[in-house]
Design a protein around this ligand. Structure first.
Ligand SMILES: Nc1ncnc2c1ncn2[C@@H]1O[C@H](COP(=O)(O)OP(=O)(O)OP(=O)(O)O)[C@@H](O)[C@H]1O
Ligand SMILES: [Mg+2]
Length: 262
């Protein structure tokens, strides 16, 4: 039985899509059967992040309305990742017919077919968020935040909304390793405020913007420490015990980045 991973936070622009693409890529490169689902219905960009912009892919709505058989129509990209796109035109009213039961039925089918299904949620959660936050079939909510106070607040509120908040873990993204940015929290303070256990810290990567535009997940670049950090997250999801900064930062430099010296 596969696992459903939901990348969310309620906050816009914190790196949910970049992380989702990289996580899907990394899990696939570990030999897992992975489906990435763009839940940013109407304005999704996961196709760009995965380099699948020109693919004609089915959408989650096709699945929910039964107009599509996942057995036949899902096709893997060159990186092995299967993909469900966001519909280009989306009317939130089309979800009114979707009950929790029918949504969960689709999730159950996907869990049978894939090792991991990664849902990339939109800013604010979007129209499908109530279905997602109340589903007992979700295995892990990755709450993406930066170290900015407003982003941390959003992650905290997101965890409070979940029917099963104990399934939430925090992903601190865009963290400045050389010097924490002004008016941001250190790692310990982020965890304390969000009150959610930490899954990983992904450093700020000056190449992220370009990689996103080119459709290359950060984890596909061996030189990217952000990509390496996502690799560590994938390992933790697979229940490996990997230190927070393994391969990302020298042991001697770590203390100050926990924010203990601020
Ligand atoms: N680790 C990182 N280092 C540097 N920049 C990053 C990192 N992760 C994401 N970014 C940048 O942050 C911006 C927003 O990323 P992304 O689109 O993934 O956010 P999002 O949370 O999915 O946004 P939205 O809420 O609009 O869906 C992009 O320009 C991306 O390049
Ligand atoms: Mg996004």
């Amino acid at each position: 039985m596969g696992k459903i991973i939901i990348t969310t936070s309620l906050k816009g622009g914190v790196g949910k899509t970049v992380f989702s693409a990289s996580l899907a890529y990394t899990l696939s490169s570990r030999g897992k059967r992975v489906l990435a689902v763009d839940m940013d219905l109407g304005t999704g960009g996961l196709d760009i992040a995965l380099g699948r912009e020109n693919d004609v892919a089915a959408t989650l709505l096709d699945l929910l309305t039964g107009s599509f058989d996942p057995d036949r129509a899902l096709v893997a990209g060159d990186d092995g990742v299967y993909f469900l796109a966001a519909p280009v035109f989306f009317n939130p009213a089309s979800l009114q017919e979707v009950t929790q039961e029918s949504f969960d039925r689709v999730l159950a089918t996907l869990k049978e077919q894939f090792d991991y299904v990664v849902f990339d949620m939109p800013a604010g959660g979007g129209a499908a968020f109530p279905l997602v936050e109340n589903s007992s079939l979700a295995d892990l909510y990755v709450l993406v935040t930066t170290a900015a106070p407003t982003a941390v607040r959003a992650a905290e509120r997101c965890a409070m909304r979940l029917a099963e908040p104990e399934k939430a873990k925090l992903l601190l993204n865009c963290y400045r390793l050389s010097k924490p940015a002004d008016n941001t929290f250190g790692i310990v303070e982020v965890i304390r405020r969000a009150s959610v256990p930490i899954l990983g810290v992904v450093p700020f990567d000056s190449g992220a913007e370009k990689a996103l535009a080119k459709g290359i997940p950060l984890a596909a670049d061996r030189k990217s420490i952000a990509g390496r950090a996502v690799g560590n997250v994938a390992g933790r999801i697979e229940e490996e015990s990997i230190p927070l900064f393994d391969g990302v930062m020298n042991r001697s430099r770590r203390g100050k980045f926990y924010g203990l010296e601020n």
